[in-house]
Design a protein around this ligand. Structure first.
Ligand code: HXC
Length: 297
């Protein structure tokens, strides 16, 4: 199904490509012959990932340390990405999220998520789209959203709102930019364990297990979490020429979970103040350690 040179001649930018799902997709694209460019905030992490993936796949990968909360930085980096030839594909993967009671969120907390997922994804997409349109090039946009775009999601309202916006962008641009040869799709992954997401969505609170881990497996009709290779394959399929007529779609890959549960965090309604305080401390400790890594990276 996935011929060795499926993505030969492709040049694909993956935001948040240094870790987690972004790294998984980058690895699969490189294995299948694409040249990749990965963006992320931590230069050191990007360099390390690119070196490991070049070694593992024999493919090629460039890195650029870009914070997609900064529109100027996006535009400059997009110019570099198009140097030597247009991108053929853009994967909007960079995201941020944490669980919290909505009434505990400050405006700044909302912006911490929306500035990455909502504004950052739009600005990155538009920076690529303008260049594709100006040059008369074809383009392919793939955004990573969640099944919350259909159900909403309690305790992760800024993420659910922002991801729903990205799904609306996907459908809108499929129509607006379709005549220009640009397509846009999204993948809504269910639970694919990654360090970044798990530390913020299932923090180890020390106040007793949230029960979410077991809830997750029990709530998935396929009775397991996703394997990263499964997501990599779907992303590669959507980036390939074989799906050129497929546009404007949001495709869930979640073992049937959203149909069974309509959202991931309803069980947290049982938490009281101690659990929420412990979760907040655990998340902030994780954020602080990431910030330290960024400063030193
Ligand atoms: C309430 C909180 C909080 C919490 C932070 N804040 N944590 N409020 N509860 N648990 C508030 C802070 O008080 C502050 O507001 C504001 O949010 C910003 O806090 P910072 O500590 O400065 O955060 P920041 O450094 O901006 O980092 C936040 C982040 C970071 C950008 C989201 O965690 C990050 O870089 N994450 C990337 C990795 C990640 O999140 N991956 C998960 C993606 S998962 P005040 O008012 O006090 O200043 C995903 C979907 C998964 O997208 C789907 C699974 C099924």
């Amino acid at each position: 199904m996935f011929a060795k040179d499926l993505l030969k001649g492709h040049k694909i930018l993956v935001t948040g490509g240094g870790t987690g799902l972004g790294r998984t997709m980058t690895e699969r694209f490189m294995e299948l012959g694409a040249h990749c460019i990965i963006w992320g905030r931590r230069g050191g992490v990007l360099e390390e990932t690119a070196a490991e993936l070049r070694e593992k796949t024999g493919g090629s990968c460039d890195v650029d340390a870009v914070d997609i909360r900064n529109p100027m930085a996006i535009d400059e980096a997009m110019e570099r990405a198009f140097t030597g030839g247009p991108l053929t594909g853009l994967v909007n993967n960079a995201a941020g999220n944490f669980i919290s009671r909505t009434e505990d969120l400050s405006p700044n907390a909302f912006n911490a998520i929306a500035s990455i997922v909502f504004h950052g994804t739009f600005n990155t997409t538009n920076a690529a789209g303008k260049r594709w349109i100006a040059g008369g090039h074809k383009g392919n946009i793939l955004s990573i959203v969640t099944t919350w775009v259909w159900t909403g999601s309690p305790f992760t309202v800024p993420s659910a709102m922002s991801k729903a916006g990205v799904a609306a962008m996907t459908q809108s641009l499929a129509v607006e930019w379709g005549p220009k040869g640009i397509r846009a799709n999204a993948i809504a992954p269910g639970p694919f364990p990654t360090k970044g997401a798990w530390e913020r969505l299932m923090p180890q609170t020390g106040a007793g297990s949230s029960g979410l881990e077991s809830l997750t497996a029990a709530s998935i009709p396929m009775r397991r979490v996703g394997e990263h290779a499964e997501l990599g394959n779907l992303a590669a399929f959507l980036m390939s020429e074989h799906t050129e007529y497929l546009t404007g779609e949001v495709i869930a890959i979640d073992g049937g979970q959203w149909l069974a549960t309509a959202g991931n965090f309803h069980a947290l309604s049982a938490w009281g103040d101690p659990e929420w305080q412990a979760a907040r401390s655990a998340i902030q400790a994780s954020n602080a350690s990431d910030r330290t890594a960024r400063t030193s990276g």
